[in-house]
Write a protein that binds this ligand. Structure first.
Ligand code: HEM
Length: 403
């Protein structure tokens, strides 16, 4: 529904309903074509926000240092969730110079050496999980037997979370990343995670290992970051690493299985996998609704519209990934596409810190599935697959397959 305001442009109500498979959200899709910088009201929070949907406008907004995340603290801003997603004080809600300092501290985690070690771990665990899935025989729910356990094990390896604690981490993830979790419940769960991470950091300060928590604990001892910053950043890495990868890789497998001709070509030429992963990232609308907004600290022109200082701005990356000004026939999956870089990992200052890791996990999992399961197919009709409802990240509830 769309209602006129007394002053200024129309404000669109964005209900953010859960959508199946890779269906684009209808409102941002329409706004991209008709009103690329529009005012929207969201299911939660007060007032309205700008919603920016065009590829070029989003690149501009997200690289503009006058757009602040720190100013979002403690305000009931228009949101798709009743609670704030990114933990306060962490990298997702900091501005430079704090943001720059925090990003520098987590950067060593993703150096070539670390990525090589993480890849070796991922390949080993993937081979093991694939063999177990094969041994148990078809049908199998790949999210349970393969994708979920793998993404959890990689995050555990990255951060240094003991395997025995993973179930707890999973329960927290479920609670925080749902749309219907209340602010109070989300805060209480975030408190539990924070206490857990703080305990782990204390332990690693005395018994360092080759993991991110140990590195952050050493940096904190040297005065490089505060305890709340350490905790919030580690919580964000944990939640993103678990949920985003699980959902997007499961959706990638679904998309490949419903495009058998393109998948057959990919299977025949494995060297095509890295660009195919990029196209899958572009094609898959990974989330329901928007993430964290930004607040303008000056009047800024965006696509001919003046965003005033103090205005709240949301960008919607999945719309930009289907922008017809940038991608030819944007709703078509083309695993050989070679156009502009997608914005699935965001852009600019807050570009996803785990992008290299997520790409590597996707590549290892998909190549393993393509080579070890040449007859892989959905075990149910595609339209009977259930998609998650009331969650931030979109993805199948389960991925029943046969081979
Ligand atoms: C395919 C999986 C993933 C997708 C699609 C994804 C996407 C994104 C997006 C869109 C953003 C926000 C950009 C913004 O704020 O404008 C982001 C931020 C972030 N992601 Fe990811 N992500 C994925 C996996 C991961 C993984 C595996 C990790 C870490 C283990 C991670 C850690 C982070 C962190 C720490 C930020 C905040 C960065 C900052 O604010 O500077 N993500 N991600």
């Amino acid at each position: 529904m769309t209602a006129p305001e007394h002053h200024g442009p129309v404000v669109h109500d964005w209900a953010v309903v859960p959508l199946p498979a890779t269906d684009p959200d209808p409102l941002p899709r329409r706004l991209l074509r008709e009103e690329p910088v529009a005012r929207v009201r969201l299911p939660y929070g007060e007032g309205h926000a700008w919603l920016v949907t065009r590829y070029e406008d989003i690149r501009q907004i997200t690289s503009d240092p006058r757009m602040s995340r720190a100013l979002t603290a403690g305000r009931p801003l228009p949101s798709s969730t009743p609670h704030t997603l990114a933990p306060a004080g962490g990298v997702g809600r900091a501005d430079p110079p704090d943001h720059t300092r925090l990003r520098k501290l987590i950067a060593p985690t993703f150096t070539r050496r670390r990525m090589r070690a993480l890849r070796a771990h991922t390949e080993e665990r993937t081979a093991d999980l694939a063999a177990r899935t094969q041994d148990a025989g078809p049908p199998a729910d790949l999210t349970e037997t393969f994708i979920g356990p793998l993404s959890a094990s990689v995050v555990a390896e990255l951060l240094g979370v003991p395997a025995a604690d993973l179930d707890r981490v999973h329960a927290w993830r479920e609670a925080v990343l749902r749309h219907d979790t209340t602010e109070a419940d989300a805060e209480s769960v975030k408190g539990e995670i924070a206490a857990y991470v703080a305990g782990l950091a204390r332990h690693r300060a005395e018994h360092p290992a080759d993991d991110l928590i140990s590195e952050l604990a050493a940096a904190r001892a040297a005065g490089g970051l505060s305890t709340p910053e350490l905790v919030s950043t580690a919580v964000m890495l944990t939640l993103n690493g678990l949920d985003a990868v699980r959902n997007i890789v499961a959706t990638m497998v679904y998309v490949l299985l419903v495009h058998p001709d393109q998948t057959a070509k990919l299977r025949a030429e494995p060297a095509r996998l890295p660009p195919a992963v990029e196209e899958l990232l572009r094609y898959i609308p990974q989330r329901n609704g928007v993430g964290m907004p930004r607040i303008a600290t000056a009047d800024i022109d965006v696509g001919g519209v003046t965003v005033r200082a103090g205005d709240v701005v949301h960008v919607f990356y999945p719309a930009a990934n289907r922008d017809p000004a940038v991608f030819t026939d944007p709703d078509r999956l083309d695993l050989e596409r070679d156009e502009a870089p997608h914005l699935a990992f965001g852009h600019g200052l807050h570009y996803c810190a785990g992008a290299a890791l997520a790409r590597m996990e996707a590549e290892v999992m998909l190549s393993t599935l393509l080579t070890r399961f040449p007859a892989l197919a959905l075990a149910v009709a595609p339209e009977r697959l259930a998609w998650r409802r009331g969650t931030v990240n979109r993805g199948p509830v389960a991925l029943p397959v046969t081979w």
